[in-house]
Design a protein around this ligand. Structure first.
Ligand code: ATP
Ligand code: MG
Length: 318
């Protein structure tokens, strides 16, 4: 068997070997010169100046967008699990999925193919906001579902006046009915994400403690500042959350960089990388129900409690 495979290998024409040249002098010069490293670190470690959000007036929901234009950093996972935990504690929560991938519905075991009114309804005909909501299996937790109908909404709205405020208009009528409206966003800073920021009191930023974590956060920060200046002066940051954290040197280094970049905004505990979190959506249940005792279950429990404290959702909700 081995012989015949080797025979086959021999019949494949050999690729021309790549020129293997090492310029020793150049390499040494690069190592000796401290400049490239200093510039890189200065750019990344400069604290990003972001204001904290003010408390919400009594009698209306706090609107919080979970955002990071980087894909796969646990935005949706955080929305699903934090919303579920708070609802179980008696907080009245509405989740609005603003990502056409529609993963929030899946995470709560809802079949989105059977839903006619969703986030698109909210943005296109705000007068139908009430009927866009759907109950979930968890008491106190409602969801406005996103699906593929949300694709193309940016083009639909592009020529309309006030296109950045459509979501804010859509949720206005819902504000007195909830304590918290939590918005999940797509991995981009397009018009739908801008709508979410304009409609919000605050943002929560999940950051994966991996290499490249901080790249792009300067862009997100300047978008938040720009929204404050032009469209929504009350927008601030509630928390930066460390996600998919592993006990490696790299993860630790990135975590300290994030803390340096967002002084006072990182909310503990970091969420550990945990397979139970990744498998929960396939069961259509949040981690508190799927595996409450797992590392991921415990981390989201404690993080949700930290957020409850931050948002002043006390015992009166229980
Ligand atoms: N702590 C964790 N441990 C292990 N897997 C995780 C953890 N958090 C999230 N995941 C998994 O990582 C993947 C990405 O998470 P998620 O979909 O929440 O990210 P996202 O930021 O919403 O992505 P997108 O930018 O595509 O919307 C999912 O498969 C999710 O189950
Ligand atoms: Mg997502």
């Amino acid at each position: 068997m081995g012989e015949s495979m080797r025979g086959e290998e021999n019949s494949i024409p050999a690729a021309a070997p790549a020129p293997f040249v090492i310029d020793v002098e150049f390499v040494e010069e690069e190592i000796i010169s401290p400049e490239p490293q200093e510039v890189g670190q200065a750019q990344i470690r400069e604290p990003l100046d972001l204001p904290r959000a003010a408390p919400t007036p009594k009698g209306r929901a706090r609107v919080v967008t979970v955002i990071n234009q980087k894909g796969g950093v646990a935005k949706t996972t955080t929305v699903i699990n934090v919303a579920a935990h708070l609802a179980i504690q008696g907080v009245k929560v509405l989740v609005i999925d603003c990502d056409a991938q529609g993963n929030c519905a899946t995470g709560y075991g809802i079949d989105k193919s059977r839903i006619n009114y969703g986030t698109r309804t909210l943005m296109v005909s705000p007068e139908d906001a009430i009927r866009a909501r759907h109950a979930t299996a968890i008491e106190n937790l409602h969801l406005i579902v996103a699906d593929r109908k949300l694709v193309g909404i940016e083009e639909e709205l592009i020529s309309q006046l006030g296109r950045e405020r459509r979501l804010a208009e859509g949720i206005e009528i819902l504000l007195p009915h909830y304590d918290l409206i939590l918005i999940d966003t797509p991995p981009s800073l397009g018009l739908v994400s801008i709508n979410a920021l304009v409609a919000s009191d605050a943002v929560v930023i999940p950051v994966q403690t991996e290499y490249f974590a901080l790249e792009g956060l300067a862009l997100l920060s300047s978008t938040i500042r720009e929204i404050r200046r032009r469209l929504n002066p009350k927008l601030g940051v509630d928390a930066v959350i460390l996600t998919m954290h592993a006990p490696t040197l790299l993860n630790g280094q990135v975590a300290s960089q994030v803390r340096e970049t967002f002084p006072d905004l990182v909310l503990d505990p970091p969420i550990r990388r945990n397979i139970r979190i990744a498998e929960a959506p396939s069961h259509g249940t949040p981690i508190h129900i799927h595996a409450p005792k797992s590392a991921g279950g415990q981390d989201y429990l404690h993080l949700s409690n930290s957020l409850m404290k931050l948002w002043n959702f006390g015992e009166d909700n229980g």
